[in-house]
Design a protein around this ligand. Structure first.
Ligand code: GLA
Length: 392
């Protein structure tokens, strides 16, 4: 997302405040910030009741907000000149508000559906989380807006319940059948840690992920690949997993473990077999990664990341040439492991690298892209950051 027209050195929080003042001619009552996320490992496991291990990014979306006495919602974003205004009727019916503002209306909808008296509000949104890169800009805006409305309305809603509500906004109002990983990472992430989440029980454990201490870095590579049919393919993968669970007579693929995998696969057609093998082995890779991190063996997680990528490429079939090129080039340049992160068909790759080698690996990926005539990738090194918070 760009900050066109903003003075140099202006932070995302400054931009939200400036947008609020300019649009509404008043001061915001507060500002709330929510990060984007990457998933270290555990892809397409969340909606199978499985395990994930994401972390929150230092890139954030900030919402400046104040109550609106007329009980309506007005939201302006730096993405769009025109603010969007809606009332209870539009927020009460999925689909009535569309585009980026649907994420805001969806949160109002989810809160009201949960029985809360949601205060009308004026909101201004600025973001450093790039849109369409698979870093969960949608979960970031949902979570920042949710935090703002909970605080402005003094709503009785413990933070432990926020991820499910934000997910409902996305599933039932926006209409994207995603799992609970993104919202959990964005809301519950902690600096210096990866979030180990059991998506069935919603139990979490903060796993120390001390990259700095190990002399390591996570390089995030934005593949810049156009999202090709991502929504339809995501829904198709989810359906295929649900059908497989039904055939196998289990509640979700979480209930198949590696020991029972061969017996399960024998009962499925070829394509479904590959989908199931991905999910079952990916759950195990999350558990193995957690075990290594608990033992302080950060570097040794590399092969698990790379195996996860191979599984997404060959079994779940959700990668694209740009993504595979980035992974191969990063590994050839010395990364300990690399994998696509997020839903697939574009988005980002993460590579675990020596901190001092991050630039070399990024350059190698850029060169491999140029050789194949792809649009140059974006690269960024990140450390795990904190989740949604009120700034002031
Ligand atoms: C997207 C969804 C998540 C999850 C991932 C794949 O990011 O929003 O819920 O399913 O894809 O792991």
């Amino acid at each position: 997302m760009s900050a066109e027209g903003a003075p140099a050195g202006t932070t995302v929080a400054d931009r939200a405040t400036a947008g609020f003042r300019q649009r509404y001619g008043a001061e915001p009552a507060g500002r709330w910030a929510a990060p984007g996320r990457v998933n270290l490992i555990g892809e397409h496991t969340d909606y199978n009741d499985g395990f994930v291990l994401p972390f929150a990014l230092p890139l954030r979306t900030v919402v400046a907000a104040a109550p609106a006495p007329d009980g309506r919602w007005t939201v302006w974003s730096e993405l769009d000149d025109e603010p969007v205004e809606f009332g209870a009727a539009e927020a009460g019916e999925p689909g009535r508000v569309d585009g980026w503002a649907a994420y805001v209306a969806g949160v109002v909808w989810a809160l009201r559906a949960d029985g809360h008296d949601v205060p009308g509000a004026r909101l201004a949104v600025a973001s450093d989380v790039p849109v369409g890169s698979g870093l969960s800009s949608s979960a970031a805006i949902e979570s920042a807006v949710l935090a703002a409305l909970v605080d402005l309305g003094g709503l009785d809603l413990p933070a432990g319940r926020w991820p499910r509500l934000a997910q409902r906004a996305e599933n039932d109002y926006v209409g994207a059948p995603t799992g609970i990983m993104d919202q959990s990472a964005v809301i519950r992430g902690r600096a210096g840690h990866a979030l180990f989440l059991d998506c069935r029980t919603e139990e979490i454990e903060q796993i120390p992920f001390d990259l700095d201490g190990a002399g390591l870095a996570v390089l995030v590579i934005d593949s810049r690949a156009p999202h090709r049919h991502a929504d339809g393919e995501y829904a198709a993968r989810r359906k295929s997993c649900e059908r497989a669970a039904a055939t196998l007579g289990v509640t979700a693929l979480r209930d198949v473990d590696v020991a029972g995998l061969d017996a399960a696969l024998n009962r499925l057609d070829d394509e479904t077999r590959r989908r199931v093998r991905h999910v079952v082995t990916e759950n195990q890779r999350v558990l193995d990664t957690v075990a290594l991190l608990r033992a302080g063996r950060v570097r040794d997680t590399g092969p698990l990341l790379t195996a996860s990528h191979a599984s997404m490429r060959d079994d779940f079939e959700i990668t694209v040439p740009e993504i595979d090129t980035a992974v191969e080039a990063a590994l050839a340049a010395g990364a300990y492991g690399a994998r696509m992160t997020g839903g697939g068909f574009g988005g980002c790759v993460l590579a675990l690298v020596d901190a001092e080698a991050a630039d070399t690996v990024a350059a190698a990926v850029t060169e491999a892209y140029a050789e194949r005539g792809f649009t140059a990738p974006g690269t960024l090194t990140v450390l795990p950051a904190g989740g949604v918070t009120r700034l002031d």
